[in-house]
Design a protein around this ligand. Structure first.
Ligand code: G16
Length: 545
């Protein structure tokens, strides 16, 4: 029995998890006892862990290797029976979810700050997923925060670091440490869902080319195993495929700005037929075709409309869900299919109960997230395989599939304007200003549109009836247009205000406008409602997607 050492500590005030775990600058996590306090608060909240199995891994960002060793030693002190840890401490977020589920672990710790930059000056993060494989619900994260406010000691076993570079089992005190292949379980699961034969045929046909940008992040090895080794894609398909602690100095956020290299490749003539990128921890995705960017909201709608072409979903969808600010494109598909469509707050954790209860099969978010009931996280590479499966069966280009979708269902023009790194007070001030206006808005006309809904979104979980308040200001208009305002829960610098603008267009002659042009009037209404220029002190958003 290895000795358990108890170390005195004092609480940190700032350990409240946000939209997706605790995310801070690396320097914050490197403060003495910071990681240990949070980990102890988590273990205390979980209660008696003796004999339980825990999954552990991260996206390989800077500090991942150090944090993994600390958490292993604290897990041994807490009495866990076994920890399954990805080789070299690596597991993508969806793969961690798959491993938790496949091995019936009590939960898992994922080290990641998602799409935020890494490196010594970058971000780090930690989040806990429960036994269903999904992010811990708010009740759990709040309890961890509460506990962090009074933690005065943590327990750890002493000893050298565990070698994580070889598969196999070893011991740390009474706890077994099993180093597992990070890709294997996940790849097996993908093989159960998709028509690998059809995709293989497409990728080796000589008439289809694709590029996958792993952004120097976790999905490089996953994409190589699946796309190149299993599905026969050309060896140069995977770009930036070596995970690196600072993501090659880049920003591992798969959008039109940060995945520039991929975007430029797709713009070439002739460029690849299909392009995709995933983020730091592999759960976000961006889909591109020749001359077309598939907006994430459209992507979930298109996957829903084409799910019957994919073996894992051929039996039909129980229902779908989207986060509140995500466009209503998928609602139209759900209505056509006669299935339920749920609107949840931002945060993948809110899909968990619906998925567990079998009420939904697919979920999606505007923030480049799509997933299904195969795990309890959004899943970047899964979305790419889903698209490949559709392309292999339909034999249409990405642009044709998108345009035909709009022609059938109409188009939800959609854009998000972010004002990043604002001072906290003015940002909160905008939300409070809007809240104060809400009661007087319904019935008013703005920019020629009548407001028929103005509220601060409250969600009542249909499964456990838990209530989440203040999830964003919604302004709805009689023509189905919407403006949503909310503060991001994932930033690490100041506050980020997100303004989401959406407008439905059914007129076939108006399906191919520039998005910002199509939304110009609504954007002006958003400015008027929130006094954005005045209150942010900015003339324009920092990022427009
Ligand atoms: C997380 C959550 C998502 C959410 C996104 C953006 O994603 O899991 O559900 O949509 O953050 O959240 P916010 O608008 O609060 O910044 P990820 O990929 O960062 O883990």
């Amino acid at each position: 029995m290895t000795d358990v050492r108890t170390v005195s500590t004092t609480p940190f005030q700032d350990q409240r998890p946000g939209t997706s775990g605790l995310r801070k600058k690396v320097d914050v996590f490197r403060q003495p006892h910071y990681l240990e306090n949070f980990t102890q608060a988590l273990f205390d909240t979980l209660g008696d862990c003796r004999g339980d199995t825990l999954v552990l891994g991260g996206d390989g960002r800077y500090y991942n290797d150090v944090a993994i060793q600390t958490i292993l030693k604290m897990a041994a002190a807490a009495g866990f029976g076994r920890v399954l840890v990805g080789r070299d401490g690596l597991l993508s977020t969806p793969a961690a979810s798959a491993v938790i589920r496949r091995h019936r672990a009590c939960g898992g710790i994922i080290l990641s700050a998602s799409h935020n930059p890494g490196g010594p000056a970058g971000d780090f993060g930690i989040k806990y997923n429960t036994g269903n494989g999904g992010p811990a619900p708010e009740q759990v994260t709040e309890a961890v925060f509460e506990r962090s406010q009074s933690v005065d000691a943590y327990c750890i076993v002493d000893g050298g670091d565990i070698a994580l570079d070889r598969l196999g089992a070893t011991r740390l005190g009474n706890m077994a440490v099993e180093v597992v292949d990070p890709v294997q379980d996940y790849a097996a699961l993908m093989g159960e869902l998709f028509d690998f034969d059809r995709i293989h045929e497409l990728l080796t046909s000589g008439r289809f080319t694709m590029r996958f940008d792993a952004m120097h992040a976790i999905n490089g090895p996953y994409a190589r195993t699946l796309l190149v080794d299993r599905l026969g894609a050309a060896a140069d398909t995977v770009m930036n495929g070596e995970p690196s602690p600072d993501f090659g100095g880049g920003h591992p956020d798969p959008n039109l700005v940060h995945a520039r290299e991929l975007v430029e490749l797709l713009d070439r003539d002739p460029g690849p037929d299909f392009g995709a990128a995933t983020d730091g921890d592999g759960d976000r995705n961006m889909i591109l075709g020749r001359g077309v960017f598939v907006s994430p909201s459209d992507s979930v709608a298109i996957l829903t409309a084409n799910a019957h072409l994919v073996p894992g979903y051929r039996a039909g969808l129980a229902g779908v869900a989207r986060s509140m600010p995500t466009s209503q494109a998928v609602d139209r598909v759900a209505a056509e299919l006669g299935i339920a469509c749920y609107e949840t707050p931002t945060g993948w954790k809110f899909f968990g109960n619906l998925l567990d209860a079998g009420m939904v099969t697919l979920c999606g978010e505007e923030s480049f997230g799509t997933g299904s009931n195969h795990v309890r996280e959004k899943d970047g590479l899964w979305a790419v395989l889903f698209w490949l499966n559709i392309l292999a069966v339909r034999r249409r280009s990405v642009a044709e599939i998108v345009h035909e979708h709009w022609a059938e269902f109409g188009r939800n023009y959609y854009s998000r304007h972010d004002y990043e790194a604002l001072d906290g007070d003015p940002a909160q001030g905008i939300i409070e200003h809007l809240r104060a206006e809400l009661n007087g808005l319904p019935g008013k006309s703005l920019g020629g549109r009548q407001i028929n809904l103005a509220d601060d979104f409250t969600y009542t979980d249909p499964v456990d009836r838990s209530v989440s308040q203040h999830q964003g200001i919604r302004i709805g208009f009689s023509d189905d247009s919407r403006i949503v305002f909310r503060l991001s829960g994932t930033g690490t610098e100041g506050a980020t205000l997100r303004v989401y603008v959406e407008q439905y267009e059914a007129d076939r002659a108006r399906l191919h406008l520039d998005t910002q042009d199509a939304l110009a009037e609504l954007i002006a209404v958003a400015e008027r409602l929130a006094e954005l220029k005045l209150r942010t002190g900015r003339n324009a958003p920092t990022v427009i997607t």
